[in-house]
Design a protein around this ligand. Structure first.
Ligand code: C2E
Ligand code: MN
Ligand code: MN
Length: 409
């Protein structure tokens, strides 16, 4: 299938006019042979390249381009199927956009097309070029490998008690920290359900029938709050997960939770209730009332797995959460993915304006963390920093502190 791929990258070496001449010639021959058309824009620092051709050829070429050591910070902006090529002639046209006004550039780009002015695709290409010209894809993110050493720290947290729900379900909790990398403090601990032998939350729920699940979900919080009360202090928060249906179907969920909180000398203000976005929308009115109740007792609300489901933005207006946790499907390899970068940038803006904290979940790679940090995210959870643990000693890796960064709190 005919495909277009657009990416931007940042130069690593200085390119002279001669280099571009060579680059152009060698690319030209290869591209003609492989049936590739497109354009390469350069602003002295960043490249934006549009590649059109057979899907397989395009992906092969992009793979090779990403291995070229003369540029880095590759961000794929689009990869989509097209009915016709925008660029009429095989090969690649090069533009140094420093020498051009936006209108000059666009009128020259329009000359490279003489057949598809009515296709939606035609204007999409032009709009992306406008966006590049307007600095949208020329962010100033530098990956700071030289910042310094990461430090490994052991924190004593004690251990979860094991409890039994019925004959074939023993359960306990694991804990994973959420850390603030602007000051390397622990922001909160998330309590994750486990079977007595360490199996996943899904394993716990699968041995129960649908009536029991919600009751178990709330009852099990007693064990996590009991553990939390043994080691959590100061401003560090306690994050717990509840199924939306636990809040909807168990009449006194909030009261039960409040009782556990008080029994262990905790305060609702220490607790963040994490709710996934998916199921919550089935009964929005009823659900909003439960959220109101939690808020009125002082519990914090987090929207969990944000970006993985379908309710997304509308939940922010309904729930007025204190926190949003951006799901791993958005976070994973975000440093290379243009659309997800733009989603996160807009979520960061939105949350800043509404006073909502953002946590990036499932961070596994240093580059993901660095990209997310560069757009203003401070709270992180993921294997990169710490894995969920059942051990009394929790291992946390803190990144080097960026002393130039100033934070409010
Ligand atoms: P969640 O609330 O989004 O919790 C984070 C999950 O991501 C955890 O999986 C954790 O082990 C995993 N995780 C953390 N960092 C990374 C990472 O860097 N990479 C990868 N690949 N995974 C990472 P876990 O413990 O299996 O929990 C899965 C889900 O089960 C949770 O997702 C939560 O929605 C649910 N859950 C956990 N405990 C409870 C509970 O007590 N009640 C309810 N209703 N649901 C729970
Ligand atoms: Mn969670
Ligand atoms: Mn999550």
């Amino acid at each position: 299938m005919l495909t277009v791929l657009v990416y931007r990258s940042k130069k690593l070496v200085d390119f002279s006019e001669l280099d571009f001449h060579d680059l152009n010639n060698s690319a030209q021959n290869k591209n003609i042979k492989n049936g590739i058309t497109g354009v390469l824009l350069y602003d002295g620092n960043y490249f934006l390249q549009i590649l059109e051709g057979d899907e397989e050829q395009i992906l092969k070429l992009y793979h090779l381009i990403c291995m070229d050591s003369r540029h880095h910070n590759f961000v794929k902006i689009i990869e989509t199927q097209i009915p016709l090529r925008y660029f009429t002639n095989l090969g690649m046209t090069f533009f140094d956009i420093r020498e051009k006004s936006r209108d000059e550039l666009i009128s020259e780009i329009k000359k490279l097309n003489n057949h598809i002015k009515i296709e939606p695709y035609y204007n999409k290409i032009l709009r992306i070029i406008y966006a590049f010209f307007d600095n949208i894809w020329r962010d100033e993110i530098s990956y700071s490998k030289e910042l310094g050493e990461w430090s490994d720290i052991d924190v004593y947290i004690g251990e979860s008690k094991i409890s039994s729900y019925h004959d074939n379900l023993d359960y306990k909790f694991s804990v994973q920290p959420i850390i603030n990398t602007s000051n390397n403090k622990i922001s909160s601990y998330e309590f994750l359900l486990r079977t007595g032998r360490g199996g996943s939350p899904y394993e716990c729920f699968s041995s129960l029938n649908s009536d029991e699940i919600y009751n178990f979900d709330i009852i099990s919080k007693k064990i996590s709050l009991e553990w939390a009360s043994r080691f959590i202090e100061g401003n560090v928060k306690i994050s717990i997960n509840l199924l939306p249906n636990t809040l909807l179907k168990i009449p006194n969920t909030v009261e039960i939770l409040l009782k556990y909180v008080k029994d262990f000398n905790l305060h609702p203000g220490q607790i963040i209730v994490e709710i996934t976005e998916e199921e919550a929308i089935s009964q929005p009115e009823k659900f909003t009332n439960v959220i109101k109740k939690l808020h009125s007792f002082g519990f914090g609300i987090a929207i969990d797995d944000f970006g993985a489901g379908f309710a997304g933005l509308s939940l922010i207006t309904k729930f007025q959460p204190e926190k949003i946790k951006i799901d791993r499907v958005i976070v994973s390899r975000i440093h290379e993915d243009g659309p997800r970068q733009m989603i996160v940038r807009s979520v960061v803006n939105l949350c800043r304006a509404l006073g909502i904290e953002i946590v990036a979940e499932g961070v596994e790679q240093a580059e993901e963390w660095e990209w997310l940090k560069s757009v203003g995210i401070e709270l992180f959870q993921g294997f990169l920093f710490s894995k969920p643990s059942n051990n009394a000693m929790l291992k946390i890796r803190f990144p080097p502190l960026d002393i130039s960064a100033v934070t409010l709190f």
